[in-house]
Design a protein around this ligand. Structure first.
Ligand code: AMP
Length: 170
Protein backbone atom coordinates (compact mmCIF):
# COMPACT_ATOMS: atom_id res chain seq x y z
CA UNK A 1 0.00 0.00 0.00
CA UNK A 2 1.01 3.60 -0.66
CA UNK A 3 -0.03 5.37 2.51
CA UNK A 4 -0.01 8.79 0.79
CA UNK A 5 -3.03 7.60 -1.23
CA UNK A 6 -5.04 7.50 2.01
CA UNK A 7 -4.54 11.16 2.99
CA UNK A 8 -7.47 13.36 1.95
CA UNK A 9 -7.00 17.09 1.34
CA UNK A 10 -9.77 19.32 2.66
CA UNK A 11 -9.45 22.90 1.37
CA UNK A 12 -10.29 25.84 3.66
CA UNK A 13 -10.67 23.79 6.85
CA UNK A 14 -10.84 24.80 9.67
CA UNK A 15 -10.50 28.28 8.11
CA UNK A 16 -9.89 29.87 4.68
CA UNK A 17 -6.42 29.23 3.22
CA UNK A 18 -5.65 26.13 5.29
CA UNK A 19 -5.50 22.80 3.46
CA UNK A 20 -6.33 20.24 6.11
CA UNK A 21 -4.69 16.81 5.85
CA UNK A 22 -7.46 14.37 6.76
CA UNK A 23 -6.08 11.05 8.02
CA UNK A 24 -9.45 9.33 8.56
CA UNK A 25 -9.29 7.35 5.25
CA UNK A 26 -5.91 5.99 6.37
CA UNK A 27 -7.24 5.05 9.82
CA UNK A 28 -10.16 3.21 8.21
CA UNK A 29 -7.88 1.02 6.09
CA UNK A 30 -6.34 -1.85 8.08
CA UNK A 31 -3.52 -2.23 5.52
CA UNK A 32 -2.67 1.48 5.42
CA UNK A 33 -2.78 1.80 9.22
CA UNK A 34 -0.57 -1.25 9.72
CA UNK A 35 1.91 -0.01 7.10
CA UNK A 36 2.00 3.44 8.74
CA UNK A 37 2.87 2.01 12.14
CA UNK A 38 5.47 -0.31 10.58
CA UNK A 39 7.16 2.64 8.85
CA UNK A 40 7.03 4.81 11.99
CA UNK A 41 8.78 2.04 13.93
CA UNK A 42 11.67 1.56 11.47
CA UNK A 43 14.11 4.22 12.79
CA UNK A 44 13.74 2.82 16.32
CA UNK A 45 14.63 -0.78 15.44
CA UNK A 46 18.32 0.14 15.86
CA UNK A 47 18.03 3.48 17.70
CA UNK A 48 16.26 1.90 20.67
CA UNK A 49 13.86 3.73 22.97
CA UNK A 50 12.18 2.75 26.23
CA UNK A 51 9.04 4.87 25.77
CA UNK A 52 6.93 6.41 23.03
CA UNK A 53 5.50 9.84 23.87
CA UNK A 54 2.39 10.86 21.91
CA UNK A 55 0.83 14.32 21.68
CA UNK A 56 -2.95 14.71 22.12
CA UNK A 57 -4.92 13.80 20.28
CA UNK A 58 -3.84 12.41 16.90
CA UNK A 59 -0.42 11.56 18.31
CA UNK A 60 -2.23 9.05 20.55
CA UNK A 61 -3.70 7.18 17.57
CA UNK A 62 -0.24 6.39 16.20
CA UNK A 63 1.74 6.47 19.46
CA UNK A 64 0.03 3.58 21.22
CA UNK A 65 0.39 1.04 18.34
CA UNK A 66 3.94 2.30 17.72
CA UNK A 67 4.78 1.59 21.38
CA UNK A 68 3.25 -1.90 21.08
CA UNK A 69 5.19 -2.59 17.90
CA UNK A 70 8.44 -1.56 19.60
CA UNK A 71 7.57 -3.50 22.76
CA UNK A 72 7.70 -0.40 24.99
CA UNK A 73 5.27 1.74 26.99
CA UNK A 74 3.33 4.85 26.00
CA UNK A 75 3.27 8.31 27.64
CA UNK A 76 0.59 10.90 26.81
CA UNK A 77 1.20 14.65 26.52
CA UNK A 78 -2.16 16.31 27.00
CA UNK A 79 -4.08 19.56 26.81
CA UNK A 80 -4.35 21.46 30.13
CA UNK A 81 -6.54 20.07 32.89
CA UNK A 82 -6.70 16.48 31.59
CA UNK A 83 -3.86 14.77 33.47
CA UNK A 84 -4.85 13.94 37.07
CA UNK A 85 -1.45 13.73 38.83
CA UNK A 86 1.29 16.41 39.20
CA UNK A 87 2.15 18.00 35.86
CA UNK A 88 4.70 20.16 34.07
CA UNK A 89 3.35 22.67 31.52
CA UNK A 90 4.70 24.39 28.44
CA UNK A 91 2.97 27.31 26.73
CA UNK A 92 3.64 27.97 23.06
CA UNK A 93 2.66 30.55 20.46
CA UNK A 94 -0.05 29.95 17.88
CA UNK A 95 -0.86 32.17 14.90
CA UNK A 96 -3.37 33.87 17.18
CA UNK A 97 -2.82 33.51 20.92
CA UNK A 98 -1.16 30.68 22.82
CA UNK A 99 -1.68 27.02 23.62
CA UNK A 100 -0.47 24.77 26.41
CA UNK A 101 0.46 21.11 26.86
CA UNK A 102 1.22 19.08 29.96
CA UNK A 103 2.99 15.89 31.04
CA UNK A 104 3.00 13.97 34.32
CA UNK A 105 6.09 14.73 36.42
CA UNK A 106 6.81 11.00 36.85
CA UNK A 107 6.27 10.08 33.19
CA UNK A 108 9.95 9.78 32.24
CA UNK A 109 13.14 8.95 34.17
CA UNK A 110 16.32 11.02 33.81
CA UNK A 111 18.30 9.76 30.83
CA UNK A 112 15.52 7.51 29.56
CA UNK A 113 15.56 7.21 25.74
CA UNK A 114 12.24 8.20 24.17
CA UNK A 115 10.62 8.71 20.78
CA UNK A 116 8.06 11.49 20.28
CA UNK A 117 5.22 11.14 17.79
CA UNK A 118 2.50 13.33 16.33
CA UNK A 119 0.46 13.08 13.14
CA UNK A 120 1.70 16.21 11.37
CA UNK A 121 4.62 18.67 11.44
CA UNK A 122 3.48 22.18 10.47
CA UNK A 123 5.34 25.08 12.16
CA UNK A 124 6.76 22.70 14.76
CA UNK A 125 5.47 24.72 17.71
CA UNK A 126 3.59 21.82 19.26
CA UNK A 127 6.47 19.34 18.99
CA UNK A 128 9.02 21.94 20.20
CA UNK A 129 6.92 22.45 23.35
CA UNK A 130 6.73 18.66 23.80
CA UNK A 131 10.53 18.42 23.47
CA UNK A 132 10.87 21.15 26.12
CA UNK A 133 8.73 19.09 28.52
CA UNK A 134 10.85 15.98 27.91
CA UNK A 135 14.00 18.07 28.37
CA UNK A 136 12.80 19.37 31.74
CA UNK A 137 12.27 15.78 32.89
CA UNK A 138 15.78 14.85 31.71
CA UNK A 139 14.61 12.46 29.00
CA UNK A 140 16.87 11.54 26.08
CA UNK A 141 15.02 12.34 22.84
CA UNK A 142 16.15 9.78 20.24
CA UNK A 143 13.81 11.02 17.52
CA UNK A 144 10.69 13.01 16.67
CA UNK A 145 8.37 11.26 14.23
CA UNK A 146 5.46 12.38 12.09
CA UNK A 147 3.19 10.78 9.57
CA UNK A 148 3.04 14.02 7.53
CA UNK A 149 5.48 16.94 7.14
CA UNK A 150 4.44 20.26 5.58
CA UNK A 151 7.97 21.09 4.40
CA UNK A 152 7.14 24.60 3.13
CA UNK A 153 6.53 25.70 6.74
CA UNK A 154 10.11 24.68 7.62
CA UNK A 155 9.13 23.30 11.03
CA UNK A 156 12.05 20.86 10.77
CA UNK A 157 14.48 23.77 11.36
CA UNK A 158 13.36 23.95 14.99
CA UNK A 159 14.83 20.49 15.67
CA UNK A 160 18.45 21.01 14.64
CA UNK A 161 19.75 18.75 17.43
CA UNK A 162 17.08 16.07 16.90
CA UNK A 163 16.51 13.32 14.35
CA UNK A 164 13.29 14.22 12.52
CA UNK A 165 11.42 11.42 10.74
CA UNK A 166 8.39 11.88 8.48
CA UNK A 167 6.67 9.40 6.20
CA UNK A 168 4.99 11.78 3.72
CA UNK A 169 6.27 15.25 2.77
CA UNK A 170 4.24 17.98 1.04
P1 AMP B 1 2.43 22.91 14.49
O1 AMP B 1 2.53 23.09 15.96
O2 AMP B 1 2.29 24.21 13.74
O3 AMP B 1 3.55 22.05 13.92
O4 AMP B 1 1.05 22.17 14.19
C1 AMP B 1 0.96 20.82 14.38
C2 AMP B 1 -0.37 20.39 14.91
O5 AMP B 1 -1.46 21.04 14.27
C3 AMP B 1 -0.52 18.91 14.71
O6 AMP B 1 -0.92 18.32 15.93
C4 AMP B 1 -1.56 18.77 13.62
O7 AMP B 1 -2.49 17.79 14.00
C5 AMP B 1 -2.22 20.13 13.48
N1 AMP B 1 -2.20 20.67 12.08
C6 AMP B 1 -1.53 21.77 11.66
N2 AMP B 1 -1.71 22.00 10.36
C7 AMP B 1 -2.50 21.01 9.89
C8 AMP B 1 -3.04 20.66 8.60
N3 AMP B 1 -2.79 21.39 7.50
N4 AMP B 1 -3.79 19.54 8.50
C9 AMP B 1 -4.05 18.80 9.60
N5 AMP B 1 -3.59 19.07 10.84
C10 AMP B 1 -2.81 20.16 11.00
Amino acid sequence: VQIADFIRNIPDFPKPGIQFKDITPLLKSPDALRETVRLLAEPYRKNKVELVVGIESRGFIFGAPLAQTLGVGFVPIRKPGKLPYQTLSETYALEYGTDEIQIHTDAIQKGQPVALVDDLLATGGTMAAACALIGRLGGDIRGVSFLIELAFLEGRKRFSDQEVHSLITY
